[in-house]
Design a protein around this ligand. Structure first.
Ligand code: ZN
Length: 145
């Protein structure tokens, strides 16, 4: 019993009604439980294009990352057929812009209160100095008796 028999047909071989053997190029990336993901990817790319793209990189980690990216791209395109990932990028750019504005406001508010606090402590010191000098003058007056 080979590996493909144990895990069953991969999603691509199920789709094509092929026999899935250990040489199946899509089996590692589209196991039998990823039929839905494979279906979405295949709506966007043909099987030949998919295999060519996966063969364009050599390392298995890169192939896995590419398959993951294609699945994500296909899922986003399925959810938003008109704009696809551009809609996600635009939404995130708007969030970044709004967050920058909020950060700017928080920094200005913090600077305002910091300056207010510095002025307040400076005024307190000035009051202490003027109070203590008044007290010294009072003491001098007392000694003049
Ligand atoms: Zn297969």
């Amino acid at each position: 019993m080979n590996d493909a028999d144990v895990r069953g047909k991969c999603a691509a071989c199920k789709y094509q009604n092929n026999i899935c053997d250990e040489n199946c190029p899509l089996a590692p990336f589209f196991p039998s439980n990823k039929v839905d993901e494979f279906d979405k990817v295949i709506r966007l790319y043909s099987i030949d294009t998919l295999i060519n793209m996966l063969n364009s990189v050599t390392a298995n980690e890169e192939k896995a990352k590419m398959a993951e990216t294609l699945i994500l791209e296909a899922k986003i395109r399925y959810e938003n057929p008109v704009y696809g990932s551009i809609a996600v990028i635009e939404k995130l750019n708007l969030e970044i812009e709004e967050t920058h504005k909020e950060l700017d406001l928080v920094q200005k508010t913090t600077a305002f209160y910091k300056e207010l606090g510095e002025r307040s402590s400076l005024n307190k010191k000035n009051e202490e100095i003027s109070t203590s000098s008044t007290q010294r003058q009072d003491v001098k007056k007392d000694h003049n008796f």
